[in-house]
Design a protein around this ligand. Structure first.
Ligand SMILES: NC(=O)c1ccc[n+]([C@@H]2O[C@H](COP(=O)([O-])OP(=O)(O)OC[C@H]3O[C@@H](n4cnc5c(N)ncnc54)[C@H](O)[C@@H]3O)[C@@H](O)[C@H]2O)c1
Length: 271
C-alpha cells in the first residue's frame, strides 16, 4: 500500500476514531469520518481541517444502506478506499440477570453487526481493487471475558472471530485484516454506557483514567500495525500480560477472575 492513502473511520468523531483521524491526516492521508453524532463530526472536521483533507459523513453502522451511501461517495470522489476502520462502539456492563433483552440487541447491533456491515459493504470494492485493509476495533474484553461484562465481551469476541475468518478468507485478493484489542483508555466511551448497576458508570470512568496509554498512543500503534500488515494488536502491556497468564498459567488466570467476580458480588449484592 502507498505511504499515503484513503481511510474511512467509523465512530471517527470521538475518542480513538478521532485520534486515528488526526494521526492519518498528519501522515498525509485523506480521511473520511463516519459517525452518528453529527455535531461532533462537524466539530472534528472544523478542528482537524487544517491538518489535511478530512470529510464527515453521517453514518449509522447499524444500517447497511448508510454504509452503502458512504461507499458510493468514496468511489465517486476519491476513486476507492485503502483502509476501513470499524471503530464505532458502545459499552454496557451489568450482571447477566439484570441486562435487558433490548440492551443486548442494542450492543450486538452496533458493536458486532455494525462491524459485519462495514466488512460486507466494503469487501466487494476491495475485491475489485484487489487491495484494501480492514481494521476492526475489538477489545481485551473479547479475549479475557471478565465477569459482569457479558454483552460487551460477546460482541468483542465476535469481532475477533470475524477478523480471524476474514484474515484468511480475503487474503487471496490481497485484502489484509487487523484486529485491535485495547485495554481501558480515556475516551468518551462512558457516555454511551448502559448499565442497570448503580455506580457502574463511575467505576468504568475510573478504569478509563488509569490507562498507561492515550488514544493518540494507540492510534500510532494501529497506524504502524497496518503499515506492517500485522494481524493482531494488543496495545496495552497489562493486556499482553493478562493474555499470557490466561494461556500459559490457566489456574492463576481462573483465580484472578474468581477474585474479580467475588469482588463484584460483595459490591453489587449490597447495593
Ligand atoms: N475506551 C476504551 O477503554 C476502550 C477499550 C477497548 C476497546 N474500545 C473500543 O474502541 C472503540 C472506540 O471507542 P472510544 O473508546 O473511542 O469511545 P467514544 O465513545 O469516545 O467513541 C465512539 C464513537 O462511536 C460513535 N458511534 C456510536 N454508535 C454509533 C453508530 N451506531 N454508528 C456510528 N457511530 C456510532 C459515537 O458517536 C462516538 O463518536 C469502540 O469500539 C470501543 O468498544 C474502547
Amino acid at each position: 500500500m502507498a505511504d499515503s492513502g484513503r481511510i474511512l473511520i467509523t465512530g471517527g468523531a470521538s475518542g480513538l476514531g478521532r485520534a486515528l483521524a488526526q494521526r492519518y491526516l498528519r501522515d498525509g492521508w485523506q480521511v473520511l469520518i463516519g459517525d452518528l453524532n453529527t455535531e461532533r463530526g462537524q466539530e472534528t472536521v472544523a478542528e482537524l481541517g487544517e491538518l489535511g483533507r478530512i470529510v464527515f459523513r453521517e453514518l449509522d453502522v447499524r444500517s447497511p444502506e448508510s454504509f452503502e451511501q458512504v461507499r458510493a461517495w468514496l468511489e465517486e470522489h476519491w476513486g476507492g478506499l485503502d483502509v476501513l476502520v470499524n471503530n464505532a462502539g458502545v459499552a454496557a456492563a451489568g450482571r447477566i440477570e439484570r441486562l435487558e433483552d433490548e440492551d443486548w440487541r442494542w450492543i450486538v447491533d452496533i458493536n458486532l453487526l455494525g462491524v459485519v456491515n462495514g466488512c460486507r459493504v466494503f469487501t466487494p470494492l476491495f475485491k475489485r481493487q484487489q487491495s484494501g485493509h480492514i481494521v476492526n476495533i475489538a477489545s481485551m474484553a473479547g479475549l479475557l471475558n471478565p465477569p459482569v461484562m457479558s454483552s460487551y465481551n460477546v460482541t468483542k469476541a465476535g469481532v475477533i472471530a470475524l477478523s480471524e475468518t476474514l484474515r484468511y478468507e480475503l487474503a487471496p485478493w490481497d485484502i489484509h485484516t487487523t484486529v485491535v484489542c485495547p485495554g481501558f483508555f480515556q475516551t468518551n466511551l462512558t457516555e454511551s454506557l448502559r448499565s442497570p448497576e448503580p455506580g457502574m458508570a463511575e467505576t468504568v470512568g475510573k478504569l478509563l483514567t488509569t490507562s498507561e496509554l492515550s488514544a493518540d498512543d494507540i492510534a500510532v500503534m494501529i497506524r504502524d500495525a497496518v503499515a506492517r500488515k500485522r494481524f493482531i494488536l494488543l496495545p496495552h502491556k497489562a493486556g499482553r500480560r493478562a493474555r499470557l497468564i490466561q494461556r500459559l498459567l490457566p489456574p492463576v488466570f481462573r483465580r484472578q477472575m474468581r477474585k474479580l467476580a467475588a469482588g463484584y458480588k460483595r459490591k453489587l449484592d449490597d447495593s
